[in-house]
Design a protein around this ligand. Structure first.
Ligand SMILES: [Mn+2]
Length: 325
């Protein structure tokens, strides 16, 4: 359903100073949409501040460095704030610690989002589930108000669009996605610079951990299951923590024929974090649930209280039915 921007216009009319909130662990779309919206509201003569739940993740600082952003866990809401916009989420769960912050604010609020799941956050919502990213709605808002994104906004919108489409690889990409990307480049967006900032700033320790993960890769169940494992010593040797394992769980799926990926990360002696991915018919959410974890059909996780060796046997057995072995 196309978004009705009259609702946004009406909501914004009495507002002069807005705080823009997005979900916890903000990604490219969350941060890019907030920044582009803050620029738009500035051009409409309003004062708008992106408010993040925690510090801005490093890959996106090239954007947040160019505009005043707050960390609401650390800083108070700007005095005189008279309205709130929530971008790229519509659920209390996704707001995490920002949820109680939002509940404590006695201010009108509106939601701008593209996710299907929506709670009642206490205000009107502009939701278009057909949009590739929330940034698509923010870009349309520029059109609605007859304003052109400046270079910062164009870079922020491009970052958001690229992030939520996996750099134009995911199945949500349409001809519209490429047209919007082209328009943003016309407006000054710099895709090469963005890619370098977001994806080519890895610390050496993460690359070394990736090397260890890659050399641990093994195939099981006629090549339909790929498994990698990292022990406590692997993390210690490369100076990494569990947080550095982000993104590694996808590696086994890149092998031809692999339908289910299992990644085992030893977080403490006798404690293993399991990450599961499925690219075929298998439902890894069900497997994780059987071990008190959770997730979706294609991505899920759980924790096991056992050593790595036993965790490997346990998970290989658990996925067996899903790959028809
Ligand atoms: Mn999004």
């Amino acid at each position: 359903m196309p978004a009705d921007f009259a609702i946004l216009r009406k909501f914004l009319e009495p507002a002069n100073r807005l705080a823009l909130l997005t979900h916890e662990k903000p990604d490219g779309d969350a941060i890019g949409s907030c920044i582009a919206m803050a620029v738009l509201l500035g051009k409409l003569g309003k004062n708008a501040t992106p408010c993040l739940i925690g510090p801005c993740p490093h890959p996106y600082r090239f954007l947040t460095d160019q505009i005043n952003c707050l960390d609401i866990l650390d800083q108070p809401i700007p005095p005189g704030t008279d309205a709130l916009l929530v971008l790229d989420t519509g659920t209390w769960n996704q707001l995490g610690a920002g949820g109680s912050w939002l509940k404590n604010q006695d201010l009108p609020r509106m939601i701008v989002d593209h996710h299907r799941t929506q709670d009642d956050l206490g205000g009107p919502a502009l939701v278009d589930t057909t949009a590739e990213a929330t940034a698509v709605l923010v870009f349309q808002a520029y059109g609605h108000f007859g304003i052109k994104p400046d270079r910062l906004a164009a870079n922020a919108l491009f970052t958001a669009l690229a992030f939520d489409t996996g750099w134009f690889r995911h199945s949500n990409v349409t001809p519209h996605t490429f047209r919007m990307a082209g328009e943003l480049v016309d407006l000054g967006a710099q895709p090469t610079h963005i890619y370098n900032q977001v994806h080519q700033q890895e610390p050496l320790r993460r690359m070394q951990l990736r090397g260890k993960a890659l050399s641990s890769l093994k195939l099981f169940h006629s090549g339909k299951v790929g498994l990698l494992r990292l022990g406590l010593n692997d993390f210690q040797d490369s100076g990494c923590t569990l947080a550095d394992s982000e993104g590694l769980s996808d590696l086994p799926r890149q092998i031809s024929g692999v339908e289910i990926a299992i990644a085992l990360f030893e977080e403490a002696p006798g404690k293993v974090r399991v990450s599961l991915r499925s690219s075929g018919a298998g439902d890894v959410g069900k497997i994780a649930e059987a071990f008190s974890g959770g997730g979706h059909k294609a991505a899920a996780g759980c924790r096991l209280e056992m050593d790595l060796g036993l965790a490997e046997k346990t998970m290989l057995q658990a996925v067996q039915d899903q790959v028809g072995e």
